[in-house]
Design a protein around this ligand. Structure first.
Ligand SMILES: Nc1ncnc2c1ncn2[C@@H]1O[C@H](COP(=O)(O)OP(=O)(O)O)[C@@H](O)[C@H]1O
Ligand code: SF4
Ligand SMILES: [Mg+2]
Length: 350
């Protein structure tokens, strides 16, 4: 059984300019001890989705279902939800200073977090546990550093403190929203290693939100590629890198210098993500897609099973078989693609 089941989740905001459709019909599940990577450009709905899962989106219209460890998150009473947050589900963010108070020593903050959920625990015991946690996330001399203030830590060390606080109650699920975005690559790798170690040791499930495919490569078991608030492609990590189907996934990968074939020109995705108030008709990616066909402009492509290992779905009208998809790719590369008229390339669209 999954620890987390998200079914057909949609979130929208009523604004003076219109209805912002931030998340549309996203479904996925996450098993204990595994990591799902949620990847997509800025504004694709990743943070709104994670906050909604935690029951934190105020003033939003939400539909769908989120079941965490057998409990329906949207029907839980406020108190129960609050008790769950921090203890069974914890979150870490890009900027630890948004969660760490600048005026209090980090040890005190961890002790308070522990005691807020376990009032019976003595201060001495909680302090002991805080030192242990700082050591666990790789802070040297935790006994001494526990009395430091957040600003006395470097960015990477501060993120470790944040992780120590997040795991203080041994949560079953850790939601990490761009936790390493502000860090340089080496420090990023160290912080991700800490998360992986914690996962191995405690079986924590991780929802890793990022715009960085390097983080996905490092951490994720399964991947969801989001665009304009919805899932474009869902697969295991291997398929996402080596057997991807969706042109948006392809575009993300080709704009990565480390991945794209350097003999070819790197191809950044042209154009901008659409307005979430006025979404394009049909496929939301069609205004930017090099494979666009007539059908893409009018009919929304559903997620369909495609080739590759294991479950692998893509919301795209291109052929679902490997050969058909490869033919389209070859035609685009050769400049001979004419999706609008070439019936062989349009796959099964019933
Ligand atoms: N409270 C809100 N009211 C209106 N629009 C919002 C609100 N919160 C987020 N949005 C919009 O929802 C979209 C998705 O945002 P977000 O989830 O933060 O993207 P990401 O995390 O992928 O960068 C954005 O267009 C953002 O402006
Ligand atoms: S459905 Fe059409 S426009 Fe959308 S990604 Fe696939 S080929 Fe491109
Ligand atoms: Mg975000």
């Amino acid at each position: 059984m999954s620890l987390l089941d998200v079914e057909d989740l949609s979130v929208s905001f009523h604004t003076p300019d219109g209805i912002v459709k931030a998340v549309r019909n996203v479904s996925f599940s996450l098993k204990e001890g595994t990591t799902v990577g949620i990847v997509g450009e800025s504004g694709s709905g990743k943070s709104v989705m994670s906050q909604t899962i935690m029951g934190l989106t105020r003033g939003a219209q939400v539909s769908g279902k989120v079941v965490f460890d057998g409990r329906d998150m949207f029907t839980l009473k406020r108190d129960a939800l609050q008790a769950l947050r921090g203890s069974e589900i914890a979150m870490i963010f890009q900027d630890p200073l948004s969660s760490l108070h600048p005026y209090y020593r980090v040890g005190w903050q961890i002790v308070e977090a522990i005691r807020a959920h376990d009032k019976g625990l003595s201060k001495a015991k909680a302090h002991e546990r805080a030192v242990e946690l700082l050591g666990l996330v790789g802070i040297p001399q935790p006994q001494r550093r526990i009395d430091d203030f957040p600003h006395q830590f470097s960015g990477g060390m501060r993120q470790r403190v944040m992780i120590a606080m997040a795991i203080s109650l041994n949560p079953k699920l850790l939601i990490a929203d761009e936790p390493t975005t502000a860090l340089d690559v080496t420090v990023q790798a160290q912080v991700l290693d800490v998360l992986k170690r914690i996962q191995r040791e405690f079986g924590t499930a991780i929802m890793m939100i990022t715009h960085d495919l390097g983080v996905i490569a490092d951490m994720a078991d399964d991947v969801i590629v989001m665009y304009a608030g919805t899932a474009m492609e869902k697969s295991g990590q291997h398929d996402m890198f080596y057997e991807h189907h969706h042109p948006y996934t392809e575009g993300l990968l080709e704009s990565l210098p480390a991945y794209g074939d350097l003999r070819e020109r790197l191809r950044p995705i042209t154009g901008q993500p659409p307005s979430l108030i006025n979404l394009p008709t049909g496929c939301p990616y069609h205004p930017r897609c090099p494979y666009v066909m007539d059908v893409c402009r009018t009919k929304v492509p559903p997620l369909r099973q495609v080739f590759g290992e294991g479950p692998h779905q893509s919301a795209c009208w291109l052929p679902t078989d490997k050969e058909g998809r490869a033919a389209a790719r070859a035609a685009v590369a050769a400049g001979t693609y004419s999706g609008a008229t070439d019936a062989r390339l349009t796959g099964d669209r019933t």
